[in-house]
Design a protein around this ligand. Structure first.
Ligand code: FPP
Length: 261
């Protein structure tokens, strides 16, 4: 992926004490970073604010993270914004999140145009309120010929539901005679997941210290390196992204094999 080295240097000037851009090898970055954005509510509560303020602050952190990912030259960034389980939250919070998704997307479309970012959604969009869904489809349409980083937003996403959907699609193709059961292999399953065509994430970041996958990309994360930070999502910034990448680069990825035999 292309990147502007001068712009990246400038973006990462004024380092905090513990990390600089030189602490990572920019020629060996993970091509796809995925993030479970967690801790908005606790961030707000710790400040005596309503949970909704945490989500609003979370949008700012997400904007910075999209910019960071573009500056670094990642191929793809994906984020878990709303799970199939999140419908259980109080209606007021669900409504706010749906509203925030729509307004943020409209507001950020110029950024996606400017940075050549291609939008994707992971999840079942049909269950979303019409306004949110319409804005999402508009975003897909308007960025469909962009050739830069892919930004995938998981909304009404659940990994088990995604796999059930893939199984159903395959079963339908087998029963219609379009596919033979013997032809079902990993590639066949993969191409029926919401992430079809996206490389698997190489790095998964989860904020707020929780050590769970929460029904997120269970298939796609098979060989992914995890980085968990205690930072709450609204406090996630370009420096925390560098710390995650530094940790990633210090690991020895074997994909089930052995190295240095
Ligand atoms: C987790 O915090 C965050 C969410 C469920 C929603 C993520 C939404 C945003 C970051 C807002 C903007 C997103 C877009 C795509 C515009 P939590 O509420 O689970 O926090 P808690 O664990 O502290 O309760």
């Amino acid at each position: 992926m292309n990147r502007d080295e001068a712009l990246l240097r400038e973006y990462y000037s004024s380092s905090p004490a513990d990390i600089t851009l030189d602490d990572v090898d920019v020629n060996h970055l993970p091509s796809h970073v995925s993030i479970i954005m967690d801790g908005n509510g606790r961030w707000a509560q710790a400040r005596g604010l309503d949970r909704s303020k945490g989500h609003v602050a979370g949008v700012d952190a997400l904007r910075e993270t999209v910019t960071t990912s573009v500056r670094l030259g990642l191929d793809a960034l994906s984020v878990y914004a709303f799970s199939t389980e999140n419908w259980r939250r109080p209606q007021r919070e669900v409504d706010l999140l749906m509203h925030l998704f729509a307004t943020t997307l409209v507001k950020e479309l110029p950024l996606f145009h400017q940075e050549n970012v291609k939008l994707r959604f992971l999840g079942d969009l049909e269950a979303l309120p019409k306004r949110t869904r319409d804005v999402f489809y508009q975003g897909l349409d308007e960025t469909s010929d962009h050739t830069g980083m892919t930004f995938a937003l998981a909304v009404n996403y659940g990994s088990r539901a995604e796999m059930v959907r893939a199984a159903r699609l395959l079963a339908q193709e087998v029963s219609s005679g379009a596919l033979s059961a013997d032809d079902i292999d990993e590639a066949a399953v993969e191409s029926r997941l919401y992430t079809a065509g996206l490389p698997d994430p190489e790095l998964l970041i989860r904020t707020s210290g929780e050590l769970r996958l929460s029904n997120y990309l269970l298939w796609q994360l098979a060989y992914t390196e995890f980085y968990v930070t205690d930072i709450m999502w609204p406090d996630f910034d370009r420096w925390e992204m560098l710390r995650a990448i530094r940790a990633f680069q210090s690991r020895n990825r074997r994909f089930g094999g052995v190295v240095n035999q």
